[in-house]
Design a protein around this ligand. Sequence first.
Ligand code: HEC
Ligand code: HEC
Length: 390
Amino acid sequence: MSGRLAVWFAVVTLGALSTACRRPPRPGDPVPGLSKAERARFDSGRVAFDNIFTPATGLGPLFNADGCAECHEEPVAGGAGDEIERHAAAFHPTPPAGTRPCDELVALGGPVFQQRVTPALRAAVGIDSEPVPPEATAIAGRSSPDIFGFGLLDAVPDSEILSRADPDDRDHDGISGRPNRFFDGRVGRFGRKALVPTLREFNDGATAAEQGVTNPVALDEGTFGGRPFPPGTDPTPEPEISRETIDLVDFFVRLLAPPSPLKLNRQARQGRAAFDSIGCAACHVAALRTGDSPIPALAHRTVAAYTDLLLHDMGPELADICLANATPSEFRTEPLMGVRLMTRFLHDGRATTLEQAIELHNGEAARARERFRTLTAEERAAVVAFLKTL
Ligand code: HEC
Ligand code: HEC
């Protein structure tokens, strides 16, 4: 290469590289600021996340899909999916002494009732899905959300979540968010009912619950409707995947960047102002702050999450199952981070437009919905335009 050409080449490639560094992350990219080693691990994690299981490699006997990426796939691995799962539980508001109001039906195969079975299980017991027992008082649909930016949500300290709880509505704004708590008392935040305290536990549990793939922290293959699997229907010895594999899956999910909010035009700016003034932001809190993290790129960051990670009573129309302390009508404020990539909304995907999703808000969100209804058509369109930038 001639001297002049070499200089030209250096300028052009360096220019391209620095643009690549400044460009906001696209869906499926990692959070910015990773070391080379972290980036390599993220890429290996994507391969583990994309892995497709077969009965010979541990799939089933009961499962919902053959890999994480079958459900978290649009527009790329980590995105949303069209699968709607079936969850069930039994809720008894005044339970017998010594029992909780919510029974997640764990001994009977709950709360996730898998919809597919391996050929071996079908041949042995003649079922096509895990039966929901008659003890269930509600069956819920659960749509598959995108999981971009959830490593940042994991790094938000409990204190930040608890600071917004107002269980007795002392400030009389009609909104009384409260945290869910896991069975051991820890503050929950993951899942539509905010049951699971850490992303690690959610990811580790997903291989077992969704794929029937056991791992060193979820060693039990479970039962079908409370009955043990017949001999020969689970040929692969436990654990079906290694600690190293679940570590990689977790690393990938943890480092997926939140979709960068788009630049606001005039209409979207007007929509953001309305979103704040009609009270949407009381639950959909625009920014959360992360705390310490062993991964520097996740520590002390602001994440445009648009959630308070608290439970809110959303009224009887949306109500389905209970989960730990969450009653049937309580749901975690769904993060609006990345909502522009979703095509179905609310916990079971029942809304096909953002307007419909807002119209279905009730309970603690009734006032905000009423104020939304009193906006002019132009202002409502502006709110929707704003949501489409997130
Ligand atoms: C059969 C479809 C399906 C498969 C396969 C699947 N998921 Fe999910 N995922 C879901 C659904 C449905 C939810 C929402 C759960 C809820 O509403 O409580 C979810 C939620 C999540 C969440 C976010 C929870 C939140 O707080 O909103 C994470 C993280 C996640 N999944 C990770 C994984 C990982 C990792 C794998 C693979 C080991 C996986 N998922 C496999 C359907 C699936
Ligand atoms: C009292 C708290 C609260 C208020 C106020 C509130 N929301 Fe929500 N929002 C929620 C909860 C909880 C969910 C999840 C409900 C579900 O999944 O069934 C949700 C879900 C949504 C969704 C669907 C997201 C998805 O991916 O499924 C949108 C969009 C939304 N809210 C927009 C708004 C707008 C706009 C306003 C103001 C008019 C608003 N919300 C006011 C609590 C609230």
